[in-house]
Design a protein around this ligand. Structure first.
Ligand code: NAD
Length: 352
């Protein structure tokens, strides 16, 4: 057995249909009395429900969360938290809303209670991101790790099917890269494989019947495990490529992960055979890359970067950016290899 280091992250998880009802007591448990509720403009109604439910425990709401946490939005939310004398943040929504809560926590140390409504997994990580002038900076700080996370699958029923699928595959990407991480360890590998199984089981049922609460629970459980994997070990080529494509070409987050994953896995297959066998086994397939591609296809997900609005003439710049700063990856990252990967992802070819 290889030596390893394992470090557990401190967070409390309350999981289950109807667990949102525990929100007031969970706020009390944090010792907080004035929660600033955060949401996106699209989830304003959910934010208002939370404010109602909290009554005097709510200091107010900031409903301006947007993708990638622009510094201007972070500044406005920090301002509001200070003006309202909030002593904690309740983030209800996906990675964009959790990301905004993290930006507030980074400068104010306010504790975060997160209520995830997508499968992005940000709520389980100490990773923050802020975007200034089109450039996204990320960092790690345990200050931004939510203290409490309430996973209520009922809240995910309204997540549109297409976003449920791509967000679920985004969670699978965290699990897959955790299995071949430089700092992989046996506990996170078990968690990652269980995460893949849960998502592979839940997503097809959600496509058939979006209100299937059992399937929603399975997928959210898988998303939690994906978030744990992402928060615990370092990611590699797949996450780096998606970060570059999303940031530079403004491609949508979950969809980009969905298109790139089979190709990043194909790229790493021969360099990480044990991890790929674990992915394939968890998916009930023989080839991890093909199983991931076939799953996305069967769920009606986008399969090509072209379909996401990327243009062929942008591929060269993407390849250049992807090889610029060295980072860990099981297979060596070469310009020629990345060009081929991007070409396959652009055309949406099934991995060989
Ligand atoms: P998102 O948070 O941007 O949500 C997408 C849209 O779906 C929004 O309009 C949102 O209001 C809506 N939505 C969310 N849940 C809904 C529901 N249940 N019903 C109806 N509508 C709903 O998307 P995301 O994919 O969750 O997050 C992406 C962002 O999170 C990116 O900026 C990414 O970089 C970041 N992220 C960060 C980490 C981290 O560890 N820091 C991890 C994963 C993702």
């Amino acid at each position: 057995m290889l030596p390893f280091v394992y470090e557990a992250l401190p967070s409390r998880v309350v999981f289950g249909a109807g667990s949102l009802q525990k929100l007031p007591e969970e706020i009390d448990r944090l010792g907080a009395t004035r929660a600033l509720v955060l949401c996106t403009p699209e989830q304003r109604a959910m934010g208002a429900d939370i404010v109602m439910m909290l009554g005097p425990r709510s200091a107010g709401v900031f409903d301006g969360a947007v993708m990638h946490v622009p510094v201007e939005v972070a500044a406005a939310a920090r301002d509001k938290a200070q003006r309202l004398r909030a002593d904690c943040c309740v983030a209800i929504g996906g990675g964009s809303t959790t990301g905004l809560a993290k930006a507030i926590a980074l400068t104010s140390k306010l504790p975060i209670l997160a209520i995830p409504t997508t499968y992005a997994g940000s709520e389980m990580t100490p990773i923050w991101g802020l975007t200034e002038g089109g450039v996204k900076k990320t960092g790690r700080d345990v200050l931004v790790l939510p203290k409490t996370v309430i996973y209520d699958p009922v809240l995910t029923i309204s997540l549109p099917v297409a976003l449920s699928v791509t967000s679920g595959i985004n969670a699978m990407a965290h699990c897959v890269e955790a299995l071949y991480a430089r700092d992989a360890n046996p506990i996170i590998s078990l968690i990652a494989q269980e995460g893949i199984r849960a998502l592979v089981g839940g997503l097809p049922k959600i496509v058939k019947r979006p209100e299937d609460l059992d399937a929603r629970s399975r997928a959210l459980y898988g998303a939690w495990l994906g978030g744990v994997s992402l928060g615990a070990v370092g990611m590699a080529l797949h996450h780096k490529l998606c970060h570059t494509l999303g940031g530079t070409f403004n491609l949508p987050h979950a969809e980009t992960h969905t298109v790139v994953l089979p190709h990043a896995v194909a790229y790493n297959t021969s360099a990480a055979p044990a991890a790929m066998a674990q992915v394939a086994q968890a998916m009930g397939g023989i080839s991890a890359a093909q199983a991931l591609y076939d799953l996305a296809a069967s769920l009606g997900a986008p399969l090509s970067l072209r379909a996401l609005g990327m243009r062929r003439e942008q591929l060269d710049q993407a390849a250049e950016l992807a090889v610029q700063n060295p980072y860990y990856n099981p297979a060596p990252v070469t310009r020629q290899g990345i060009c081929k990967l991007l070409d396959n992802a652009f055309e949406g070819r099934r991995p060989a």
